[in-house]
Each structure stands twice: as C-alpha cells, then as structure tokens.
Ligand binder design. Sequence first.
Ligand code: 13P
Length: 275
Amino acid sequence: MRSVRNRIVAGNWKMHGSRALLTSYVQDLARELDDLKQARQQQSSVQTGTDEVSVVICPPTGYLALLADLLHSNGLAKQIQLGAQDVNPHSQGAFTGETSAAMLRDLGARWVLVGHSERRQYQAETDELVAAKTAAALSLNLTPVICVGESEAQREAGEAEQVVASQLAVVIENLGASALADCVVAYEPVWAIGTGRTATAEIAQSMHAAIRERLAGWCGEAAERIPLLYGGSVKSSNAAQLFAQQDIDGGLIGGASLDAREFAGIIAAAGAGNG
Ligand code: 13P
C-alpha cells in the first residue's frame, strides 16, 4: 500500500515554446484530460484518481503569465499549477537577466526547480548556490524541487549514491534539516536526461530508497512525507512502471511534457497508482 505522499507530475519545458505552441498545447491538454476523466467515469470500478495528482508545468519564465491566462481560459487553472525553472537567490537588485522568487510568485508560479543538472553543467551552479536558491524559494512559499543526480562516469565508478547524498547534504548544512520537509526532491540521473535511456524501475527505486534513508537520518519521520520524483526519459509507456515503485512519487518530465497527449498519459499513469 502506498503512503500518504502526494503524487506529483511536473513538466519541465526547458528552453522550448512559443505563443502559438502554448495556445494549441493548452487546448490539446484540456481535451486529453477531459477524455481521461470521461474514461474514468465510464469504468468507475477502476480507481484512477487523477485528481489526486498535483500537475505542474514549468515553462520558460517569459511565458509564465501567458500560460496562467491560457490555463484559466481553458478551465485548467485548478488542475494545473505553474512552476519556474530557476530562481535568483537575491530578493532584488542589480542582477541583470535574473528573476526573484517574489517575481515568480507575482507571475503565478507556486513551484520552482532548483539545481537542474543542465544549470549545474552550463551555468556552473554549485551545491551552495542551489541551497541559496532553495532558501529564496522557501521564503516566498514557492515549493522548491531540488534536482540531484549523478553522471554516467560517477555511476560507473560506484559513486552514484554518494554524489546524490552530498548534493542534498549541502542544502541541509545551509538551511537545516527541517527545511527539507517543505521541499520536493527530483532524482534525475544525468545519463538518462534527454537520451531515451530511462533508468530501470529497479535502479530508480534503489536510488530513491537510498535518498529516503538519508533523509530519514537528517529529518526523521518527516522523510516519509517528502515527495521524491524520478526524471530522465520518462514517457507514457514507461511511467506506470516507474510510479509503481514504493519510493517514486511521480516524475519530472522533459521532452514528453511538450506533447499534450504524452503528458496526459503520464498524468494518468500517476493517478492509476493511487490508493
Ligand atoms: P527528459 O524527460 O527529456 O529526459 O528530461 C528530463 C529532465 O531533465 C526534466 O527536468
């Protein structure tokens, strides 16, 4: 039986999108989710409670306001929440090109990704900076989704669990263990991102169990309530198997979240595992 943890499916659009794409995507998604709802009502004996799933879309920051409007006008504002892909750790000031946590909230975001491996790689983000961004998000009641994960070389060297633990440890050192209770952790092995090489359900579960054990060491019983998401080549065809694992509470979806039908299929897979 699954625990009390909420299921979460979050789409990370990365640097993709346009006004035209957003407009047609939201219409398509509304239709797909409606179809799902009807299918569910028809087979009411089968529990697929998609309402139990928190669905988040993280578009590029510049499209947050447009996405908010489109969700509202297509009747999805209650079903789908907005997230950002990054946040600056400062509250305001001379930081050209940056966006503060308060601005993200103002634009309608309630979630924010921090420490995505692409930012660690291309923007040289350190664990300390990720901790500062987590603090900035928490101070404005944005839910931080802390992204962690090892490279292929680190996995081959047998260092995967240690790498992930040390990425999280820096957040604890800087913010204290209690802060993690309000966060979500996303395990995204770098070798599985955008490669089509999903971690097997066994590999993903084994890492998630290891993360939960670490969390329990740091914050005791609260660890049972911290959602752990898996990310890396999740598709509608492999989502159900991943989400069926004891410690996998949903997914952080890249490429497949840009296709409304695929994304709806993944949301359905998360709902089907409830209860
Ligand atoms: P893909 O689903 O495209 O592999 O990307 C995963 C990811 O990086 C989500 O943050």
